[in-house]
Design a protein around this ligand. Structure first.
Ligand code: 3PG
Length: 407
């Protein structure tokens, strides 16, 4: 694909899609971790003689963190020491007007792409539909170049990420280049055992990529925490209690399909799937094993002490480790022990250590483990999808675009 070395952006109108989707405090709406915002300084500095228009997303419709990018634009402006004009829409007359008045060196940030249904809710198998969206039709009038630097979202075939494939040169940004070269070190390393630790609450990506990890031999073991662990336990017939089942059901429309996938994996790779067998409950804070019944009103809020020891054994032996997703509700002190202990053990290991995912990065920063990691990726789902070797929509689009605009 094209990189930023291939073009001169002087005085050109440049579309830059980044991923600054960040953990947001649901009450104050403040950005709780600025790692992703920090990762764009190289790309933005290199574009300082262009007219730069930035797009990005935040959260998903219906979630607490589904907010305007107004705060992000202020935050980024402070970090970069550059003025950024925020426009509270993604396209239309206010955007056209603001862009038409831009001078070299100006930066504009547009509104959350996911405020618009065409960003996520269309048939992405039909490019005709994508290129005829209002988003693409309106924005493609404005730009000379399209830089895609949203590594964290490369696994999403969304309109603002792949829609300009035929509109003009589509170029990988500096973060994208850096991520790919670092992650390839892990992906192609033959030092074994290689382990993945998958946690957090976005289970769909975790279950889907697990099959590729095992089939392609990319990792030898996967240790599951968070909601991903709950799903595998449920699929293996364990009683995880009503509140935990409801959480999975309410957040995954395809929940039955996910359970089926998890069950097939357990049957095929029983010795490679490592699950917790005890937990700390919320609200009672009791440590229980899964032989006990999980009361219907309790959440499995953290992995328990036996599970921590079991996971540590795998971490001690590993030569390559990556972790994506906390083990439990790490934001609350009482339920942060699992995540902290696992990160501590990883920090002490001499293996190659890669960390990813908004909440994992936030935990690594908060508990002071960042300096021990070899690489902190800005990707979560993107990271695991990239490492799984499955095809990645945004990277595919970049490659196709170079074939079209190669000369
Ligand atoms: C992420 O945080 O993983 C990316 O920004 C993509 O977000 P999504 O999982 O809501 O599509």
């Amino acid at each position: 694909f094209f990189t930023m070395d291939d073009f001169d952006f002087d005085n050109k109108c440049v579309y830059l899609r980044i991923d600054i989707n960040s953990p947001i405090n649901p009450i104050t709406q403040e950005i709780m971790d600025d790692s992703r915002l920090n990762s764009y300084s190289e790309t933005i500095n290199e574009l300082s003689d262009s007219k730069l228009v930035i797009t990005a997303h935040q959260g998903r419709p219906g979630d607490d963190d589904f907010t305007s990018l107004k705060y992000h634009s202020r935050y980024l402006s402070k970090l970069m020491g550059r003025e950024i004009l925020f426009i509270d829409s993604l396209f239309g007359s206010s955007v056209d007007y603001a862009v038409s008045r831009m001078k070299k060196g100006d930066i504009i940030m547009l509104e959350n792409t996911r405020f618009y249904s065409e960003e996520v809710s269309i048939n992405f198998n039909n490019f005709n539909i994508i290129e005829n969206t209002h988003i693409v039709k309106n924005l493609s009038k404005l730009f000379d170049y399209y830089i895609i630097d949203a590594f964290g979202a490369v696994h999403r075939p969304h309109t603002s990420l792949i829609g300009f494939k035929k509109s003009g040169p589509m170029i990988a940004g500096r973060l994208m280049e850096r991520e790919i070269s670092m992650l390839d070190k892990f992906k192609y390393s033959n030092q074994r055992p290689k382990i993945a630790i998958l946690g957090g609450s976005k289970v769909s990506d975790a279950v889907k990529v697990s099959r590729s990890f095992f089939e392609k031999g990319i990792v030898d073991y996967i240790l599951y925490g968070g909601v991903a662990a709950n799903l595998f336990l449920l699929a293996s017939g364990k009683n995880i209690g009503k509140r935990n089942i409801d959480f999975i059901k309410n957040n995954n429309k395809n929940y039955l399909e996910l359970i089926d996938m998890a069950r097939n994996l357990i049957e095929k790779y029983p010795e490679k799937i490592i699950l917790p067998d005890d937990f700390i409950l919320n609200p009672s804070q009791k440590n229980i094993t899964l032989k006990d019944n999980v009361p219907d009103n309790e959440l499995l809020a953290d992995i328990g002490f036996n599970s921590i020891e079991k996971f540590k054994d795998y971490i001690k032996r590993a030569k390559n480790i990556f972790i994506n997703g906390p083990m439990g509700m790490y934001e609350i002190n009482e339920y942060s022990i699992g995540t902290r202990e696992i990160l501590d053990e990883i920090s002490n290991s001499s293996a190659m250590k890669i960390v990813g995912g908004g909440h994992t990065i936030s935990a690594v920063n908060r508990f002071g483990f960042r300096k021990y990691m070899d690489y902190v990726s800005t990707g979560g789902g993107a990271l695991i999808n990239y490492l799984s070797g499955d095809s990645i929509p945004v990277i595919d689009a970049l490659i196709e675009n170079k074939k079209m605009f190669g000369d």
